[in-house]
Design a binder for this molecule. Structure first.
Ligand code: HEC
Length: 131
């Protein structure tokens, strides 16, 4: 008889597991491109992958590279074209396909197209002095 109890518990858990598996499909836990989480991840990548080195903090532009502040409003810069620019580079911009994954590129695009660009949290102590 005792062995039945754990089995019952197992059955009780099943609906919970099914529910959890189904939730992301409904978009409740959306953490992919276009979400706030993706925008925040992109903000950190923009700083840590060296984009800010040329494009300036927050993408305000420097002598090395143009401002990316109004990219969101520029209809020519579709998400696909921005992704392409990041991965294959431009005339003076190097390609980042070796150091940026497809998912990271999507997060960078989410950041660059964000209505209110998030400010990345302070870099970890080990990163200090490297930028
Ligand atoms: C070595 C300097 C440099 C770095 C690093 C760099 N860029 Fe660029 N980027 C440029 C230059 C210069 C341009 C202008 C077009 C060209 O020459 O490719 C540009 C253009 C762009 C554009 C198109 C906007 C426009 O108006 O032309 C986007 C989007 C962009 N960069 C995003 C990024 C992202 C995201 C990163 C980091 C993964 C990055 N860049 C890193 C130099 C750089």
């Amino acid at each position: 008889m005792a062995s039945v109890i754990p089995r019952l518990k197992c059955f009780a858990l099943l609906p919970a597991i099914v529910l959890f598996a189904a939730l992301p499909a409904h978009g409740l836990f959306k953490a992919k491109a276009g979400s706030k989480a993706a925008e925040r991840a992109g903000a950190v990548l923009f700083r840590d992958k060296g984009c800010a080195h040329c494009h300036g903090v927050g993408g305000i532009g420097t002598q090395k590279a143009p401002s990316l502040v109004d990219l969101r409003k520029n209809k020519l810069w579709t998400p696909a074209r921005i992704t392409d620019q990041i991965l294959t580079g431009g005339q003076k911009m190097p390609p980042f396909s070796d150091s940026v994954t497809d998912e990271e590129a999507a997060q960078l695009v989410a950041y660059l197209r964000a209505k209110h660009r998030p400010v990345p949290p302070p870099a970890l102590p080990t990163h200090q002095g490297q930028t």
